[in-house]
Design a protein around this ligand. Sequence first.
Ligand code: GYE
Length: 335
Amino acid sequence: MVSKKLRTRSFAAGIAVLALGLGACAGSSGSGDGATSSSGDGGGDLISVGFSQVGSESGWRAANTKSIQDTLTKDAGFDLSFSDAQQKQENQIQAIRSYIAKGVDYIAFSPVVESGWDSVLEEAKQANIPVILTDRAVDSKDTSLYKTFIGSDFIEEGKRVGEWVSDNLGTEPINVVELQGTTGSAPAIDRKEGFADATKDNPNIKIIASETGNFTRAEGKTVMEGFLQAYPDIDVVYAHNDDMGLGAIEAIEAAGKVPGKDIKIVSIDGVKDGMTALSEGKISYIVECNPLLGPDLAKIIKTLHDGGTVEPRIVTHDDAFDQAAAKEALPTRQY
Ligand code: GYE
C-alpha cells in the first residue's frame, strides 16, 4: 500500500526534517504546481485555509486545535475557517465540500479514518485547491490527491511502548489488555501493529483482549470496566492514548485496585493529565505524540504559496517519558 510505505519511511526528527521537507524555491519553474493564490499577486492578501478537525475527543485534540488556531491567525497572514467534525467522517466530507464551494486557497484536515476519501479529494483537486493532511493518514492510492502528510509515525510510537513493556514488565509472564483508538483511524491501526510487532517475540507477553475506546476517557473507562469483569488477572493496560488510560485508571480504582501497582498502564500522547498521572505513579510509561502542528502547517502553506515544494511525508519528533522524566518535564510542558 502506497500510504503505508510513505508512513514507514521515517526520517530523522523534528525541525531538521521539516527543514528538509520544505524545498524553498520561490520563483522556480513548475508553475502548475498547486499553490492557487487568491486573486491578483496578493500583496497584503490573506491566505484562506479551511481546516476540518476530527473532533474534540481528547486532550491531544484540544492542544492540536489550539496550536492550529493560534498559528493560522490574521496577523500571520491567514484567514482560517475551522470546523469540528465530532469524530464523524460524513461531517468532515461535508466541511471539505463547503470549503471547496467557498473557494478557499488551501484545505487541511485530520482524517478521522483512513478510508473513503478519494472522491472528495478528487473534487478538491478538480477545483485546484491543494490539500494538506495533518496528523492522520488516508489510504488513497493516488498520492497526487494531497500535497503532503505531516504528523507522527504511529507505528514507531506503538513499537516504542511495546519495547518498553517487553524490557521492563515482560521479564515475567504478563497479561495485557489493549484499549484501541477509533476503529479504522491511522493511529489505532498503526499503534496496534507497532506494539504487536515489538512484543511478538517475547513469550511472556500475552495480549488477552483488545477493544476500541474511541480515544475518549469515558469510553476507555467503560471498556476497562468490562475487561475487569471478564478478566481477573490483568497485569498491564496498553492504551492508544492518555485519555483512555485515564479512563482505565478510574475503572481500576473503582474496582478497588491500585493503578501503577496492581495493574500497570502504558499509553501514548503525553498530554498534561497523562503526564501528571505518570508523575504520580499511576501510569508507568508514555510515548509522546506531538500535537503542536500549527507552526509546521503554516510553514507548509507559505512554502506552497510561494511556489515551493514540500516532501510528501513530514514526520514530527516525539519523545518518551518514564515517571522520573515526567516529573522533570511537567513544569515546562506546553500542553
Ligand atoms: O493520539 C489521540 C487523538 O490522531 C494522533 O487522536 C491523534 C490521536 C491522539 O484523539 O489522543
